[in-house]
Design a protein around this ligand. Structure first.
Ligand code: TMP
Length: 240
């Protein structure tokens, strides 16, 4: 652990991460990645060996790449195997999903079959609420609930599309298809919207570009085997 940052109080525990305050800092937090894995709104629970370490490394690598390419993120620096320092954000209660290839829940909403390449990316919003099971919402729902403004919604869509445009070639270079992924955003102390959370095989669907082998959390969700091996393989391909 870096001497620069001294872990202070435990703040919050989510399904895959924990947050801690830092002594003497109001604006920064420590984000710790756990090995715990859940699926289907925590109906399925388990652990993935070394996931915390792998996802910390992958998120640090990708957020550094996005930062270099002009995307505002909460990432400050990686400080240990499973921890990074991040800016403290007020999380916007919306999960933004971007899809390039049909898979997952899109198959239940459309006539697409798995693997259909979409002409243009689809951007979706889900209300981040476990009790409601993270329902699909649109701009009007977000405005009505007061969880985002019209301008926030425009920014979320624009940033999600910009991130997708950067990540598609990033993964292609690494022989992975970016099928779909989920992003979370928040506002810093000045009200500026930034990318938060993580980008990992927990939050993306990633397929091998030749065989279409699934190398992400779907292996855990659907008991496909070789879960840890797939996370290790993705880390090897990403962090070059
Ligand atoms: P979906 O097809 O199940 O809606 O998932 C779309 C993408 O979002 C997929 O890459 C997995 C990711 N995701 C999360 O990160 N968290 C979630 O709670 C869900 C449902 C999906």
């Amino acid at each position: 652990m870096s001497e620069k940052y001294i872990k202070d109080k435990f703040l919050y525990e989510g399904k895959a991460k924990k947050l801690y305050t830092i002594k003497g800092s109001k604006d920064l937090l420590i984000q710790e990645f756990k090995d715990d894995a859940t699926a289907f709104n925590a109906l399925k629970k388990g652990t993935i060996e070394n996931k915390g370490i792998i996802n910390n490394e992958i998120t640090a690598y990708i957020f550094n790449f996005l930062k270099k390419n002009g995307i505002k993120t909460h990432f400050v620096e990686k400080i240990s195997d499973s921890e990074m320092v991040v800016k403290r954000l007020k999380i916007i209660l919306i999960e933004v999903v971007v899809r390039n290839i049909a898979a997952g829940s899109l198959l239940k909403k459309t006539n697409f079959t798995e693997g259909k390449v979409l002409k243009d990316p689809i951007v979706e919003f889900y209300y981040k609420d476990d009790a409601l099971g993270d329902p699909l919402i649109n701009d009007s729902h977000a405005l009505a609930m007061g969880i985002a403004t019209e301008s926030d919604m425009k920014t979320l869509k624009k940033m999600a599309e910009a991130i997708n445009s950067l990540l598609k070639p990033f993964f292609k270079k690494r022989h992975l298809k970016l099928v779909d992924f989920k992003l979370e955003f928040g506002k810093d102390s000045k009200g500026k919207i930034m990318l938060g959370d993580e980008i990992t095989p927990d939050t993306c669907r990633l397929w091998d570009d030749k065989t279409n082998e699934k190398l992400d959390k779907d292996r855990f969700r659907f008991d496909l085997g070789k879960v840890n091996e797939s996370y290790v393989e993705v880390k090897k391909r990403i962090c070059i």
